[in-house]
Design a protein around this ligand. Structure first.
Ligand code: PFF
Length: 447
């Protein structure tokens, strides 16, 4: 065993994988995608995508990782040496770089909001002052780049210390406390005047909103939120012990991740509607509405600070898992030292992240090109966060279903599990349902 790699302890995998899954995807990205895509219908399709596609793909990734003990490229090459399937692994490594670059920008912003909360910045917030604060903050180029750098350095620091030492420890205390604050926020939001309008928006599917764009966004969000389609769960699977149950852990991870996202919607939308704010306001929605909510809570300044601190840590346990994919690749395949790999790749992600850090403040990069009407960070979020992960998940399902073969994968899945009666259903999803649905949605949305 390569000592640069490491292993998770028994509970460590569930904690670390849940730490990877739960992050900005749940509290920042999910609400803004729901808001931009008209509410309830998006939520419905998201839940279907989680159950029918994402959970089976999660089990496929983890079993492939545990069986081979490798990063995505190495895992594929172990099963099929020298084959072009390795490009699926390279796509994952590339997605890791790119997602890390814009994700860390938003993560840096949560650190910035933690500082604002500590210095009493949320006092007497109204929708107008909250929006002005967000615009001013994201327009401050130096602060944005500095916070991006800070966040990447934090990520690099943990990853350079290795999986068991750094990654596991971070995930342990965080979740219960975060959940506690979310429940408080939930109660405050649901008891605001006019909250029921937000609940209706969130839960009532409006079928006239059904478009390919909505479906691809919901499916992409399912992959993004569960950290799938780029080999994160292959990589984390490679640190899992043969004694752990893959179906059991996968079920818990999916349940927990989906629960937090759904909860986030129940916090954001009642507050949005009760304050007369626009639900389709894009990626700033969380930053615009939560300070208003905290201002209306007893002890809101303390809870606000605690919330943004915990969200920053939740984002950190996700960026760690994103950086771990390219780092594991360079350790396994190129023989790099863990520390060296973490610093080099982190440094590159920082450089690629700078345009995203500047774009929220209105610095145009591609947004002037015909057909592209969004800032750099939003564009990256779509391209890498939705499309690239969907394409990656499509090929991973095909690879496990037809090249490695579901019978071999099921042997691995059943190792460490007492009973797994759903093997046939799982194989059906990986071989047929997931690839057909993903391909159909991708093709339709390109047409
Ligand atoms: N799942 C993380 C979140 O919801 O915040 C983001 C993420 C992590 C995406 C790891 C992709 C990934 F490979």
């Amino acid at each position: 065993m390569n000592e640069e790699r490491g292993k998770f302890s028994k509970l460590g995998f569930i904690l670390a994988a849940a730490g990877s899954a739960v992050g900005l995807g749940n509290l920042w990205r999910f609400p803004f995608e729901v808001g931009d895509n008209g509410g309830g219908l998006f939520v419905l399709i998201y839940i279907i995508a989680i159950a029918a596609i994402a959970i089976p793909v999660l089990m496929a990734e983890v079993s492939l990782g545990r069986y081979t003990g490798k990063n995505p490229v190495g895992a594929i090459l172990t099963i099929r040496p020298g084959s072009p399937w390795k490009w699926v692994g390279y796509l994952g490594v590339a997605s890791g770089f790119m997602i890390l670059s814009f994700y860390s920008v938003v993560a840096g912003q949560t650190v910035g909001y933690f500082c604002k909360a500590v210095s009493g910045g949320f006092r007497d917030m109204t929708p107008e002052t909250a929006e002005a604060m967000y615009t001013g903050f994201t327009g401050h180029s130096v602060a944005q780049v500095a916070l991006l750098l800070l966040f990447i350095l934090l990520t690099v620091f943990v990853v350079s210390r290795g999986v068991a030492g750094g990654i596991e420890r971070c995930s342990k205390i965080l979740m219960p406390v975060l959940l506690g604050i979310l429940v408080l926020l939930l109660v405050r939001s649901l008891t605001l005047e006019g909250a029921s309008l937000g609940v209706a928006f969130y839960l009532k599917p409006d079928w006239s909103a059904l478009t390919p764009k909505l479906v691809i966004a919901a499916m992409g969000q399912a992959f993004f939120s569960m950290s799938l389609g780029m080999g994160t769960m292959i990589t984390y699977g490679s640190y899992v012990s043969k004694k752990d149950s893959i179906p059991g852990s996968s079920g818990w991870i999916a349940l927990f991740d989906t629960f937090i996202a759904i909860l986030a919607g129940f916090i954001i939308f009642p507050a949005i509607f009760s304050q007369g704010m626009d639900p389709a306001q894009g990626s700033g929605i969380m930053f615009n509405v939560l300070p208003v909510l905290f201002a209306k809570m007893p002890g809101g300044m303390v809870f606000g600070a605690l919330f943004f601190l915990l969200l920053s840590i939740a984002a950190l346990t996700s960026t760690i898992s994103i950086l771990e994919v390219p780092v594991a690749y360079f350790i396994d395949e190129k023989g790099w030292k863990r520390k060296y790999a973490a610093y080099i790749i982190g440094g590159m992600a920082f450089l690629i992240g700078v345009p995203s850090a500047l774009s929220n403040g209105g610095v145009a990069f591609f947004s002037n090109l015909p057909g592209i009407h969004m800032g750099f960070a939003d564009l990256w979020n779509k391209v890498w966060g939705s499309y690239s992960l969907s394409i990656g998940a499509f090929f991973i399902a095909l690879f496990v279903g037809y090249v490695w073969k579901t019978s071999n994968a099921l042997n691995e899945i059943r190792t460490g599990t007492r009973r797994f009666p759903l093997g046939g259903l799982w194989a059906f999803s990986v071989r047929f349902m997931a690839p057909v649905l993903i391909l159909a949605i991708l093709v339709i949305s390109f047409l």
